[in-house]
Design a binder for this molecule. Structure first.
Ligand code: NAP
Length: 343
């Protein structure tokens, strides 16, 4: 019998500001066997997140808790995987799990680490488990519900609004009665925000003057800014924050590629002037409450009242390009990759 082969993308070169296929090396190896406390799983779907740049960019000197990957090791990302063989205390063969896995056909892991392994809830398709009902959805759901807490009629602005987290945040804020304005890159994304996500307005950051448009669209200021991109857009929102305004710090994609430490927002003192609040959230810390999010979001997704916008790349060879799309802004909705079926 021919031994099964394991195709992989290994980290080959540190990134300095951007990431492309050049940073990875294609390799093939034997399928590994699980040791005591580990399981072997076949990876079916991968998720892509802008912070993966750090896994490639940081050197070993950043320390073991930084997530930096040694050169020559498989690149990692969140995956939905089917357990093939298990010597793990709780995971069983046949289980469909969410785990932090290598970019490879098969991974061996103890399921601990960055976000511990969990079984995919019943009735949740794998693509939703990585997007609308995964870490992406959890960031949007708890970011809107627990951190932003929009009131009906409030003005709610979202950056990176047509991306994975942003597209969910826009729809969830709308459902809570806010007046929602999305900032995104490109006419097609803005069109999607208006037509399908039902945003009240959209700003194209590529062709429009964002400052001017925010002033026009928010004459009384901004009540909530849900920030996915950071940088100058965050400053513009701070400048326009209303009394009692909230800023949800979800991410800062525009800053991840910076070679040197980035300066803080230049006008943070605006928070003093408006009794404002700026608060971060880390979705993986909310994962123990995943069932709450699934209970509310799954029926909405199934009935079509909530749209899970996804951008699906096909096959493991496409993984580096799929990651690069997050920084070029080509992805519309959650960037995923479906593994080749013929294994
Ligand atoms: N806090 C948490 O626990 C948590 C969990 C998940 C994700 N996040 C963060 O949330 C953010 C969104 O993540 P996602 O997975 O949904 O990614 P995403 O928004 O789907 O993809 C990234 C998007 O960022 C925008 N972008 C890229 N470079 C930019 C730049 N230089 N300036 C402004 N915009 C730029 C592009 O959209 P446009 O061209 O349309 O602007 C791009 O499509 C990320 O910062 C991510 O790290 C945080």
């Amino acid at each position: 019998m021919t031994a099964r082969r394991n195709r992989q993308w290994l980290v080959a070169k540190r990134s300095h500001g951007s990431v492309s296929a050049e940073n990875f090396r294609w390799a093939e190896d034997d399928v590994p066997s699980p040791g005591e406390g580990q399981f072997l799983a076949r990876n079916l779907w991968f998720s892509f997140d802008p912070t993966q740049l750090f896994l490639v960019g940081l050197g070993e000197e950043a320390g073991p808790d930084s997530g930096a990957l040694p050169l020559g090791s498989p690149m990692k990302g969140f995956a939905v995987s089917k357990v093939v063989e298990s010597r793990h205390p709780t995971v069983r063969p046949g289980d469909l799990v969410h785990c932090h896995m290598g970019w490879e056909d098969y991974s061996v892991t103890d399921g601990a680490g960055f976000a511990p392994v969990y079984r995919i809830p019943e009735n949740v398709p794998p693509n939703w488990a990585l997007g609308a009902l995964g870490i992406t959805g959890v960031a949007a759901y708890f970011g809107v519900r627990d951190v932003a807490r929009p009131q009906p009629g409030e003005t709610f602005v979202v950056s990176g609004a047509a991306g994975g987290v942003g597209s969910m945040a826009v729809q969830l804020a709308k459902r809570r009665g806010a007046r929602v304005i999305g900032i995104a890159g490109g006419a097609a994304k803005c069109e999607w925000l208006l037509r399908e996500a039902k945003a009240d307005a959209a700003i194209d950051r590529r062709t429009e003057n964002v400052a001017q448009r925010l002033t026009e669209l928010c004459p009384d200021g901004i009540d909530v800014f849900f920030d996915n991109v950071g940088g100058p857009t965050l400053d513009l929102a701070l400048e326009r924050l209303r009394s009692g305004g909230r800023i949800v710090l979800c991410g800062a994609t525009s800053r991840y590629a910076a070679a040197a430490p980035v300066p803080g927002p230049s006008n943070y003192l605006q928070l003093v002037m408006v009794n404002g609040r700026m608060e971060g959230l880390l979705a993986r810390d909310f994962l123990p409450r995943l069932s709450e999010a699934v209970a509310e979001l799954l029926p909405l997704l199934l009935s079509g009242h909530l749209v899970s916008k996804e951008d699906v790349a096909e096959g493991l060879p496409s993984a580096p390009d799929a990651l690069a799309r997050l920084y070029s802004g080509e992805n519309v909705g959650k960037q995923l990759l479906r593994m080749d079926e013929a294994l």
